[in-house]
Design a protein around this ligand. Structure first.
Ligand code: E4P
Length: 267
């Protein structure tokens, strides 16, 4: 499984890169905002993004998101980002939401256009396998199902069920009566699994990025599914390395090494 770091903070990117296990980075406007607010910087945003691309390195994908909501404008912004930044380390991928708002299918159109002109797209804000299927068909290089946000959504829907809700005539009712409101997706990891399974049936080159990851256990689950890539916040990467028994073991081995006169072996 490839590991991307889900952050725009240079300090985190540089630290994670130094571990030697990172294959790419994903950013989004909220992560860029956090980085700008929390990391003191005496450079322009343009220089900051350039430094991210350099730090991640040649050919290792870095997703940068557009901000417009119309297909034409998204395509223009994508071209600007790609032309401005891709020469630095040949690693720019453009993030496009699968959809913008009901009735306007701008994301999909932008993905199609960009894929046709050879600009790699990471289709973001994917909440169903069907959205992923359409993005792959439009030529997206990556699709990003948002596991954590789907967990939030299902939890919220279940709460609504408990609180009571009027059902509409057209609402699907599950054959076994269970899991009303979950759209056949039981959890964020289940969304990732169903997306992987669905795309595996066809010849798309699209890779699935398990996104919106919130904890190490979720990483384990998407890895067991065999997802191509997981994009992981830096804090979750740190948590993946920690276990109290590991720390306890290291402490004891160090003490015993001193007591055994082990140092002599290294002289
Ligand atoms: C990655 O591509 C997404 O931008 C990110 O994983 C979103 O995570 P969040 O739901 O924790 O904000």
């Amino acid at each position: 499984m490839k590991i991307f770091v889900d952050t725009a903070k240079l300090s985190e990117i540089k630290e994670a890169m130094s571990w030697g296990i990172v294959d790419g980075v994903t950013t989004n406007p909220s992560l860029i905002r956090q980085a700008v607010e929390e990391e003191k910087r005496n450079m322009s945003l343009e220089e900051y993004v350039a430094e991210i691309l350099r730090s991640v390195g040649e050919g290792k994908p870095v997703s940068l998101e557009v901000m417009s909501l119309k297909a034409e404008d998204m395509v223009d912004e994508a071209k600007i980002l790609y032309e401005k930044f891709n020469d630095i380390a040949h690693n720019v991928v453009i993030k496009i939401p699968i959809n913008t708002y009901a009735g306007y299918y701008e994301g999909l159109k932008a993905i199609k256009t960009l894929s046709e002109i050879g600009i790699p797209v990471n289709c973001t804000l994917v909440m169903t396998p069907e959205q992923a299927l359409l993005a792959a068909k439009a030529g997206a290089r990556y699709v990003s199902p948002f596991a954590g946000r789907i967990d939030d959504y299902i939890r919220e829907s279940k709460l609504r069920m408990i609180r009571g809700k009027d059902f509409q005539k057209g609402d699907y009712y599950p054959w076994d009566g269970k899991g009303v409101d979950d759209n056949g997706i039981r959890s964020g990891a289940d969304l990732v699994e169903k997306t992987v399974m669905l795309l595996e049936n066809y010849e798309y080159e699209t890779e699935v990025i398990a996104s919106s990851i919130r904890n190490p256990r979720q990483v384990r689950e998407v890895a067991m599914i065999g997802v191509h890539i997981a994009t992981i916040p830096f804090q979750v990467l740190e948590q993946m390395l920690l276990h109290p028994k590991t720390e306890e073991g290291v402490k004891k081995f160090s003490e015993d090494a001193e007591k055994a006169g082990y140092r002599e072996l290294f002289e």
